[in-house]
Ligand binder design. Structure first.
Ligand SMILES: Nc1ncnc2c1ncn2[C@@H]1O[C@H](COP(=O)(O)OP(=O)(O)OP(=O)(O)O)[C@@H](O)[C@H]1O
Ligand SMILES: [Mg+2]
Length: 487
């Protein structure tokens, strides 16, 4: 008896085409055009497989996919998606769909998917594997600042394209994370994403890793080896630190980008590949091209779409958000940052960006004994509160202003010594015997904001930037502390 196959799609012509296709393949097709009619099929016997369109008129095919796998857990359901609806397809796979195929598809390709679905045993395990892949790739980009919101929008816009992407940004800003997100949100999400660090391998090793090698290609090539481009078939190859790629390898990569073909080291036969290439660099490639260290033609091939990961210092109040995120993620016990620690996190310049912050939090978790992590335990290098100021207008002005009343300071702001981390301690003992009274956090903040404002001629947008505050937050704080520019 021939096996049944269910086809649910509201496009009558496509249904017809699929019916002919499946008949030829030896199935008995049963076609329906709506979710409701599709659900009706569930009263009948289990078919060999099902094909479900995800955009079934106003109803989402997801409902139907879920109902089908609930009723028949081993039924391979292949979902059909329109261009640009990957997320829905991924959702369907999470719900238990076997695979997805995007429209328009070639019958040869469909044939492959059907064959795969039919090898019943593999099917169940592969389904599990797909879910595993999604889980493994589950990376998150934390941040609510304008810079990161724009970054997320850009990732979203770029993901569904097939073009090569060049990711630039300082070290530790999340370039690899961005690459993984682009892959995860693309139509290739269920296929591998292979990461290659171009600076970590010698020229020869890099080439054999990328393109594979034949047996005997070099002394240690005892067996034939598949290259990473081949391993990533259908998916994405992320070439990290592309600026460090040797010139000879650059020539070979250029060929891959132009011809979409690879030849293994020591081999003569080339084979076609289907991978999307993402590349990242923290060196300025334009400069490298000018110096003759990077091929200009390769640069143009890579720089089709461009995405920039901003420095952590450009991300408003994200440092605090990220610190809390890493703390929750990495600490096994309940811990939180003290107010001073949070202020330090927010005001420090983080030259090593998110990676440095992540490491600092990890260290603090390891070293802190109590529930509260103090600023000291964060162990952020010396310059803290004035880190941003120091890099900007305050550079070279090691002595902070003493904004005392004698200078016509209308704000009653306490004076600050050279190191704002250690504010001048007032003496309040009439006998001259020193009683050290630490200033409160509010006093430090007030003084610091006042100082930064003074340093910048009360230009609030600049001050807000240096302080790492939203302009509206700065206005609130000026109001709160009753700060006024000197007349
Ligand atoms: N916005 C973010 N949200 C959560 N984690 C992040 C974010 N940005 C970076 N990270 C984490 O910070 C670390 C560094 O990020 P990543 O490796 O992607 O940076 P990179 O730009 O590739 O750095 P490098 O140039 O040094 O290779 C990783 O552990 C990453 O998961
Ligand atoms: Mg990296």
């Amino acid at each position: 008896m021939k096996p049944n196959v269910w086809i649910v799609d509201d496009e009558v012509s496509l249904c017809g085409l699929l019916e002919v296709f499946f008949e030829k393949k030896g199935f008995v097709p049963i076609a329906r055009q709506s979710v409701a009619d599709g659900l009706g099929l569930l009263n009948g016997p289990e078919p060999a497989m099902a094909m479900v369109d995800l955009s079934l008129g106003p109803d989402s095919g997801l409902v139907l996919v879920k109902a089908m796998v609930d009723r028949f857990p081993n039924l391979p359901v292949v979902v059909m998606t329109a261009y640009g609806t990957v997320e829905k397809a991924v959702e369907a796979v999470k719900l238990g769909a076997f695979d997805f195929i995007s429209k328009p598809f070639e019958m040869v390709f469909l044939s492959k998917v059907v064959d795969k679905a039919m090898s019943n045993r593999i099917l169940v395990s592969e389904n599990r594997e797909l879910k595993e892949i999604i889980k493994r790739q589950g990376v998150e980009l934390i941040g609510q600042s304008t810079a990161v919101t724009q970054l997320k929008e850009r990732i979203h816009a770029i993901a569904s394209s097939e073009s090569t992407v060049l990711i630039t940004g300082e070290s530790g800003t999340g370039k690899e994370l961005v690459a993984k997100l682009i892959h995860q949100k693309s139509l290739r999400a269920l296929k591998p994403c292979v990461v290659v660090n171009c600076s970590a391998l010698s020229e020869n090793l890099l080439e054999s890793e990328l393109f594979g090698h034949m047996k005997g290609a070099f002394t240690s090539a005892h067996a034939e080896k598949e290259g990473l481009f081949a391993v990533a078939e259908g998916g994405t190859v992320f070439l990290d630190e592309i600026g460090e790629m040797p010139l000879r390898t650059q020539v070979k990569l250029l060929r891959v980008l132009q011809e979409r073909e690879i030849t293994p080291v020591g081999g003569t036969v080339s084979s076609r590949i289907n991978v999307r290439i993402l590349a990242a660099t923290n060196v300025n490639l334009e400069d490298a091209v000018a110096r003759g260290e990077f091929r200009e033609d390769l640069y143009y091939r890579l720089n089709v779409l461009r995405i920039y990961t901003p420095r952590l210092a450009e991300r408003g109040e994200d440092p605090i958000l990220l610190a809390n995120y890493f703390l929750n993620k990495k600490s096994h016990v309940q811990k939180r940052f003290s107010e001073t620690a949070l202020r330090q996190i927010q005001s420090y310049a983080w030259p090593g960006n998110v990676r440095q912050l992540e490491n600092a939090v990890e260290r603090a978790i390891a070293f802190s004994t109590g529930e509260i992590i103090e600023a000291l335990e964060l162990d952020v290098p010396g310059q803290t509160l004035d880190a941003r100021g120091a890099g900007l207008s305050a550079a070279g002005n090691a002595k902070m202003v003493s904004a005392g009343a004698s200078q016509g300071n209308p704000n009653g702001v306490m004076g600050l010594s050279g190191d704002p981390g250690e504010p001048e301690t007032p003496t309040n003992s009439p006998s001259g015997e020193e009683t050290r009274v630490s200033p409160t956090l509010n006093e430090i903040e007030k003084a610091y904001i006042y100082w930064i404002l003074t340093q910048n001629q009360w230009h609030k947008p600049t001050a807000a930037k240096i302080l790492g505050l939203d302009i509206s937050t700065l206005y609130r704080k000026i109001e709160k502390y009753g700060l006024k520019a000197p007349a």
